[in-house]
Design a protein around this ligand. Structure first.
Ligand code: PMP
Length: 364
């Protein structure tokens, strides 16, 4: 098609310069040969039980597929509110917690505010800030422990009218949990605190920050059913906040973002908390077993509150280890520039973890 290239180029010139400069988010999953063990996405090692799937499909079959779901998913909001002892008006449901994080970043920091991060942290936050038109400020975490620098983070959070701290706890990819005390200390210095607790089910029960909501009405907590509830394939997340903040966040979420199937699955999972509790306990036991094995291989391992471990083996580069493991059929998360010597590995089933440890020993 003659001239087609020029026309495309002219269209590309209309793309916002900050987006044009961005490297597209990519998840490098090496293909590998034969049987590949995937420990790269922090997915749950155990699937939703077959009888629960059958029940969800049965309920879904009874619903009218030609109609939109109920606006705002009120049944699901009520079930989530009951689980956490809050009011349904405090709940915002979304297509995974990622959608809600983007909404909140836009609402609070978008159009010229500043999003405060503690890297290495979830890489999508940076992209969300960019999409929302927010600046990014950082208070980095440092090896070997990658602990949050609470004083510096709080001080920076207090600095500026539109500074919005976004804390991930337990932090992806380093794993560090944050206690309620630490969350409360940071919140007291902040106008608003966004707290991503995607992995908190795997941490100490005392780290769940939701009980702080009544005393901290400027805290927004993000949760997901993708990890402890093994529902990543269906995209269900939620945010909890004071009803007035929840209303503002809802304005940035498109209607009907939780579809019928996701809603039925979420309701069924919340009715059976014992499934998630059992799966979480298994992950915690395996996490400790793998952690001890890593230590005995000479690794330095960061404090682990999620369903993954973050480690380095002195003298071994992260990129080399990543490729060596992949060559041996075990795919872990590709190291990031923020911590190039460190590897993040998801805690899998017992046999997947054994395969990982065997491959790691083979790399030495
Ligand atoms: N927050 C963190 C820290 C994550 O690691 C992830 C997914 N990997 C998410 C949020 C998004 O999860 P989802 O959209 O599946 O709820």
């Amino acid at each position: 098609m003659s001239g087609g290239h020029d026309v495309t180029r002219r269209a590309l010139e209309v793309v916002r310069p900050s987006i044009r400069a961005l490297t597209a988010y990519s998840l490098n999953r090496p293909a590998g040969e034969g049987e590949v063990v995937r420990l790269d996405f922090n997915e749950a090692p155990h699937d939703v039980p077959a009888e629960l799937k059958a029940e969800v499909l049965r309920r879904l079959g009874e619903r009218r597929w030609s109609h939109y779901p109920e606006f705002g998913s009120p049944r699901l909001a009520r079930a989530i509110a009951a689980r956490h002892g809050v009011e349904p008006e405090q709940v915002v449901v979304g297509n995974g917690s990622g959608e809600l994080l983007l909404a909140a970043v836009s609402v609070f920091a978008g159009g010229g505010g500043t999003l405060l991060l503690a890297p290495p942290t979830f890489s999508l936050y940076q992209q969300m800030a960019l999409l929302a038109g927010a600046e990014v400020a950082t208070v980095p975490r440092r090896p070997p422990d990658f602990a949050l620098e609470v004083e510096a983070f709080s001080a920076r959070a207090a600095d500026g009218e539109r500074t919005v701290p976004l804390l991930c706890a337990p932090n992806n990819p380093t794993g560090n949990p944050a206690s309620r005390d630490v969350v409360a200390r940071i919140a007291r210095e902040s106008r608003v605190l966004l707290l991503d607790q995607a992995y908190v089910d795997f941490s100490d029960p005392g780290d769940d920050a939701i009980p702080l909501l009544p005393e901290l009405p400027h805290l927004v907590v993000f949760r997901t059913l993708s990890k402890a509830f093994a529902a990543a394939g269906f995209r269900i997340g939620y945010a909890l906040a004071h009803a007035e903040l929840a209303r503002e966040i809802r304005k940035a979420v498109l209607p009907f973002s939780v579809d019928l199937a996701a809603e039925e699955l979420a309701l069924a999972l919340l009715e059976r908390p014992e499934f998630s509790r059992g799966a979480v306990e298994t992950v915690r036991v395996e996490r400790e077993r793998v952690r001890l094995a890593l230590l005995s291989l000479g690794a330095s391992v960061a404090p682990a509150g999620g369903n993954f471990l973050f480690f380095t083996i002195p003298g071994t580069g992260g990129a080399a280890l990543f490729s060596e493991l992949a060559r041996r059929g075990v795919v872990v998360r590709e190291p990031s520039p923020a911590a190039p010597d460190h590897i993040r590995v998801t805690v899998g089933t017992r046999s997947e973890n054994d395969a990982f440890l065997r491959a790691l020993e083979g790399c030495r």
